[in-house]
Design a protein around this ligand. Sequence first.
Ligand code: GAL
Length: 674
Amino acid sequence: MSVEIEKGLISANLPHIFYGGDYNPDQWPEEIWQEDVKLMREAGVNLVSVAIFSWSRLEPRPGEYDFEWLDRVLDLLHENNIKVDLATATASPPPWLAKLYPESLPVTSEGTKLWPGSRQQFCPSSPAYREKAQMLVRQIAQRYKNHPALVMWHINNEYGCHVASCYCDISAQSFRLWLKNRFGTIEALNEAWGTSFWSQRYGEWDEINPPRSAPTFRNPTQQLDFKRFSSDELLSCFEMERDILRQETPNIPITTNFMNFFKPMDYWKWAKQQDVISNDAYPDPSDPSSYLETAMAYDLMRSLGNGKPWVLMEQTTSRVNWRGQNALKKPGQMRMWSYQAVARGANGVMFFQWRASKAGSEKFHGALVPHVGTENSYIWREVSQLGRELGQLDALLDAQVKPEVAILFDWESWWSLELETHPSSLIKQLPQTRSYYEPLLRQNIAVDFVHPDSDFSKYKIMLVPQLYLAKEDLGPRLEKFVSDGGTLVMSFFSGIANQNDHIYLGGYPGPFRKVLGLWIEDFEAFQPDQTSPIAVDEGGQAFSSGLWADFLHLEGAEVLAQFKGDYLAQRPAILRHKFGQGQSYYLATQPDAEGMSWLLEKVCREANLAPSLTTPAGVEAIVREKDGAAFLFLINHNAEIVELKLKQNYRDLLSGNGGSQIRLEPYGVAILVR
Ligand code: GAL
């Protein structure tokens, strides 16, 4: 593997911040292409993703390929010095595949077949789909492997976006193979799935099916394993294509575009197979807090690549077309949100799509070239300005964000946490994770996400919101982290079940009792509007809490805050346990936003962790650094001007202005250097 791939950069071939988007020239007559490349140059576009949905054009009839039009597109782009992120075109099979191989169509858990006429209508386990996809990818790779415009491969598109699992008979067979591989014997499966319950015991492998529609609650471990299988099955489609491309072009990096915190795909597993992490983001401009969620997703993307730069592969210039009412980005907001990605480690700012379609389901979706054309278009003015600016920012390319706080995040635990028949259906992974993330974001403390199996030693603080499912060995690993001087903060309903979703018996939370210095006898799930006051013993701060109350016993932990009022009074609500050189905090309930803010501020202060800068509400401050140089990004999410007084003199890379007084326009951005 080449150095560039290792670093997740395409620096040798395109040593700039990538700027461009999905380019669908096959939707337009050839005359338009000339205008396209002229405009691309004008806007500073240096990279386009080509042929993502072109299978039916590239292979109009089975085995009959038509590449000449694509040859001309790629040559034209090359003549204009625009690089190509070439797609494998397998995301939307042509209608002939369904006609010849109806069994290649996916089936829902209710047994409904999903037909052609939109996109992504393939069963991931279908041999016909896999075979035809491989043939196409081989053709594309062999034809374009030496094309000078090619700098990256774009495999498929947003795997699982519309069809994350298939429940058909072919999928059932694949699922059985996957299970044989996992468990070896049917006895082991019966044990893992707890099939003594409700007479679910299996005698033969072929009695087992995906968790199809059933009279009532389906076996939780069967559901969990099917989620694992479904993520793995699509990943194996990705790997099948990746292996062909790797063989033909060992030096061209490979990506597939992720979708933020997308529940069905275990992105930790997927990320290991990518050369470059890329992501699509469509925050809702009508929701003033959507930037918080986006920041969290961008931090996940950087973390998936272990700190490597990633690419914002898709966003819209103006509006999407798939919400009920599709709000426009306000003037300046597209630019500002683009820098939000760069600030959090992106080396690419791309869009869906280059030219707004005139037909099809996405004709009202924003694009760089809108329906009205470029003259007198505010969108065009904004995208051209951004293209020019990004073209001046090569200095950022290998600068990194280096957080000292990490949030533990695990897809398998997320899946099992949210299965039905739990004490409370109100406990959802992302809101719980956000309850930690947001106060830190508002305090400008940078955060990474980590998988439970990863190395925690570079962090000072580990935050563990609702890790319902945990492997036993995580207990000792967190004990080591804390006893070596780290700080752990963990929330209720963690460490409840093992990997098969079997409860750790004898007092919750089995593996974490020692590090937390407590054990839990029972708990109560609150009703939706139920709250309980809590108060801090020392300091007297008072907060409200919701969702949950643990009934616990101390085994070394001290009580920091207690429930007040009614039958919960005097029970511990927040605890601390000094352990070795570090300490663990435990939340036996969900404190309100002020309570979370208070706790996290205290924890950061105790760990000597300072914010990048203290800013007014709605202004993000985050640092990318390299070789001792720091780039301080200030991002104003407010529709008003914000003035900041800094302790030192800075120079803003974007405006060229210097001084210690910074004025951020509505949705304004500054990148400050010393
Ligand atoms: C993405 C997809 C694009 C386009 C876009 C519209 O999910 O990858 O092809 O459909 O959404 O917002």
